[in-house]
Design a protein around this ligand. Sequence first.
Ligand SMILES: Nc1ncnc2c1ncn2[C@@H]1O[C@H](COP(=O)(O)OP(=O)(O)OP(=O)(O)O)[C@@H](O)[C@H]1O
Length: 225
Amino acid sequence: MDIRFEQAEARFEGRTILQPLTLSLVEKRIGIIGLNGSGKTTFARMINGLVAPTAGHVTVDGFDTVKQADAVRGRVGFIFQNPQNQIILPILKEDLALGLKRKKLSAAEVKAASDAVLSRFGIAHLAERRAHELSGGELQLAAMASVLVTQPELLIMDEPTNQLDLKNRNLVSRTIEGLHESVVVITHDLDLIGDFERVLLFHQGQLVGDGPADETIEFYRGLAE
Ligand SMILES: Nc1ncnc2c1ncn2[C@@H]1O[C@H](COP(=O)(O)OP(=O)(O)OP(=O)(O)O)[C@@H](O)[C@H]1O
């Protein structure tokens, strides 16, 4: 996975939210940290084209996030801050099938892919359950399943441990550790990304830190004083 920002900038209503940025991301585990409103979610949304750059370009494996949006969306899965918004259909297995619709699979193939992803996350027993009945941790795992069933190469997660108790937080943390996909995680939970290969720090719409987790986190602690 090769994500490139080339002088990519984001402005909303005349305000610059993300200063022009040039960088390349190839690491398997990338963390994004920074104070509230620093531009983290905007940056992450630019990776899968949910936010189009107002200047410059963003590419994923050479595909432009605006001009080749379908190719990019097929490669990049995005888990939103609130996993309730991720599950569209009430019953989990129906939601997984919906995600696979684009792939034009047979009913048997859809069932096999759904069963595989549910057992991968240890939530086969939740297949028939309604999303609104699930606990926070179950819902977060279900949201991951509903995105990963389509086999993206990169998973972007926006604050995946937000609102979880310690047990569910640890469950989600272990699950992220075990993913074979590349992962970009936006978080205020610094332990979650404590051993990530690369962590980016945003401050007032600028990338101000970029390095291994321990260095970037230390810099962030100073900035937040
Ligand atoms: N669609 C939009 N229109 C106008 N302003 C926006 C839009 N999206 C984000 N912003 C503004 O851009 C700034 C950065 O927002 P962003 O969500 O990227 O920050 P963040 O670092 O993810 O914050 P948090 O940690 O609070 O989730 C904020 O001031 C926000 O109000």
